[in-house]
Design a protein around this ligand. Structure first.
Ligand SMILES: Cc1cc2nc3c(=O)[nH]c(=O)nc-3n(C[C@H](O)[C@H](O)[C@H](O)COP(=O)(O)OP(=O)(O)OC[C@H]3O[C@@H](n4cnc5c(N)ncnc54)[C@H](O)[C@@H]3O)c2cc1C
Length: 287
């Protein structure tokens, strides 16, 4: 018979994990622990404060499948338990937008512990991550989510727009699939020193693709207190000649101004910074 005190489970496979989760529905997945430990509070004993963790924990550390990285011609698949630094170490195999963003998250010690799954799933939680949502949304990444009985795929855009509620009860993020495409121009900008919960911070990713001198794809994504991607404006510049005509660049910036004005978040200061940043990125493409 199950006892009622705190439990830490170390399942070595999904069957074991979901069986424990079924018996302890309040159990919380634990990957790197960097967000969980900070957001769980401390026991309040001065210098020797101990983190107070959730009552029941499901450590994902022994599930090898979650640590796998595979690559095909079209995709890179990364298991949810791969650390941020191990992804950076893949070097040129990963899109520049992802490596630049990951390098901007915390310091190397935290990045050794923090996992990609933990970063994605801590969105919307106190002290949670958010930065990675910008490149993954811009790159059209998809996430595999699993329960005891089924698995489903969800786009990064949809997942991050829902925040932590994107996961159903007892649902696990298992892997991330990133299309491998060549992006010719990549700019990543981090606004404000990251102070979690601060509405003036976030990351913007600007990527474009071209064939010879024709612009074939342009994506701008902001992840902060909200997730922004204006799919309507993306088609406006497609097929334009490079260097970009200044009038087109200005028109595109104005489309983003209209899009932002309809959004309640981020605040006016960050909206202005975003527009300035978009303008300077566009100028890099103009004559
Ligand atoms: C000092 C410091 C600085 C930081 N700076 C930044 C920054 O600049 N930018 C930024 O974006 N973030 C920043 N963070 C946040 C950091 O990125 C996250 O804490 C980290 O990525 C979470 O990963 P983890 O593996 O430690 O997750 P954990 O703490 O283990 O888990 C986080 C949450 O996700 C859930 N979870 C974990 N894995 C899964 C899974 N596979 N499926 C379902 N649910 C899961 C857990 O139950 C928990 O609710 C910072 C954190 C610290 C401590």
């Amino acid at each position: 018979m199950d006892v009622l005190h705190s439990q830490v489970f170390f399942p070595s496979g999904f069957q074991e994990l979901f069986s424990a989760w079924g018996r302890f529905p309040d159990a919380v997945p634990f990957s790197g622990g960097t967000c969980l430990i900070r957001s769980s509070g401390f026991s309040g004993r001065g210098l020797f404060e101990l983190p107070v963790l959730p009552k029941n924990i499901l450590s994902l550390d022994r599930i090898d499948e979650l640590k796998r990285i595979t690559r095909t011609e079209r995709y890179l698949e990364i298991g949810a338990m791969v650390s941020l630094n191990d992804i950076i170490a893949l070097g040129k195999s990963i899109p520049e937008a992802l490596s630049k963003t990951l390098n901007g998250i915390a310091g190397p010690q935290v990045r050794n512990l923090a996992t990609v799954g933990g970063n994605i799933c801590s969105i919307g939680r106190p002290f949670g991550g958010i930065d990675i949502a910008a490149p993954l949304t811009a790159l059209d990444a998809r996430y595999e989510l699993r329960t005891a009985s089924q698995s489903r795929w969800i786009s990064a855009l949809r997942f991050s727009s829902f925040g932590s509620s994107a996961l159903a009860p007892q649902e696990l993020l298992t892997r991330i699939r990133i299309p491998l495409e060549h992006w010719n121009y990549t700019i990543c900008r981090k606004f404000h020193a990251r102070d979690l919960g601060d509405e003036t911070s976030g990351v913007m990713v600007f990527i474009t693709k071209n064939e010879k001198n024709l612009l074939t794809d342009i994506r701008i994504v902001f992840a902060g207190s909200c997730l922004l991607r204006d799919k309507n404006s993306e088609t406006f510049l497609e097929g334009r000649k490079l260097p970009l005509d200044r009038k087109d660049a200005v028109h595109y910036r104005e489309m983003w101004r209209d899009y932002l004005s309809g959004m309640t978040k981020p605040g006016p200061l960050l909206k202005t910074k975003l527009l300035n940043c978009i303008e300077s990125c566009l100028l890099g493409l103009a004559d």
